[in-house]
Design a protein around this ligand. Structure first.
Ligand SMILES: C[S@@+](CC[C@H](N)C(=O)[O-])C[C@H]1O[C@@H](n2cnc3c(N)ncnc32)[C@H](O)[C@@H]1O
Length: 215
């Protein structure tokens, strides 16, 4: 199979900046992978959930012409500044400030009307919500996303997945132990089949579920 091409993401070559501004492992490449799968089109009403510093949010506006509302309830761990403030800073730097709104809110309490959005994009956020707050809360988040999407709307969900095998011993330091929380990160990671089942239970039809090559 030829290597996956990322013509949009690979225009942005400063990886130090990209991975300072995106906390997830996939960065802009994962967002391009998902936007292509989602068939994102100019003018689409998109909601981005869990924006960190809004770099992917700005990318979705700049490269795909979407009108985006980015949601994040938290403040940045490193500087204490609300993530939505970082989104506004980045949106000015990217020249997309007129197509971006940031709201300090999280799923499942979004307060949007039902059947409102064409697309929802979310990467490396909901698995942490599930790991920290549990499967019932995760299900409430999926229900809320389903509620606010218009009929036929598309949800692009990017989560770190695990294969259905034991976690290798040399990776256990990253999934348990100091820095990984009292119960470790392992409970944040599901298999594709588990995530598909949770999405189906919320009412979604699965169009495609796969491992992204660069994430
Ligand atoms: C690991 S970061 C991922 C950021 C970005 N999407 C990426 O892939 O680089 C997870 C983000 O989700 C946010 N978050 C946590 N709980 C949330 C919730 N209930 N709703 C929306 N965002 C949430 C965190 O504040 C954090 O910015």
């Amino acid at each position: 199979m030829p290597p996956q091409a990322y013509p949009k993401a690979d225009k942005y070559t400063d990886l130090n900046t990209i991975y300072t501004e995106c906390s997830g492992p996939g960065g802009l490449r994962l967002t391009e992978f998902m936007a292509e799968k989602m068939g994102l089109r100019p003018g689409a009403r998109l909601r981005d959930i869990g924006i960190e510093r809004g770099y992917q949010t700005c990318f979705l506006v700049k490269e795909y012409g979407a009108q985006v509302i980015g949601l994040d309830p938290d403040d940045d761990r490193t500087d204490g500044i609300p993530h939505v403030e970082h989104l506004y800073r980045n949106s000015r730097a990217w020249g997309v400030e007129n197509q971006v709104i940031g709201l300090k809110l999280g799923v499942p309490e979004t307060h949007f009307a039902s059947n409102t959005f064409d697309y929802v994009h979310s990467t490396t956020t909901l698995e942490m919500v599930r790991g920290i707050l549990g499967a019932d809360f995760y299900r409430k988040c999926l229900d809320e996303i389903y509620r606010i999407l218009r009929p036929g709307g598309i949800f692009g969900l990017g989560e770190p997945m695990h294969l259905d095998v034991p976690i290798p011993a040399d990776l256990s330091i990253y999934t348990s132990g100091e820095g990984a929380g009292p119960e470790g990160w392992a409970k944040c990671f599901a298999t594709i089949a588990e995530t598909e089942a949770a999405c189906r239970a919320a009412g979604f039809e699965i169009i495609e579920a796969a491992y992204a090559p660069d994430a």
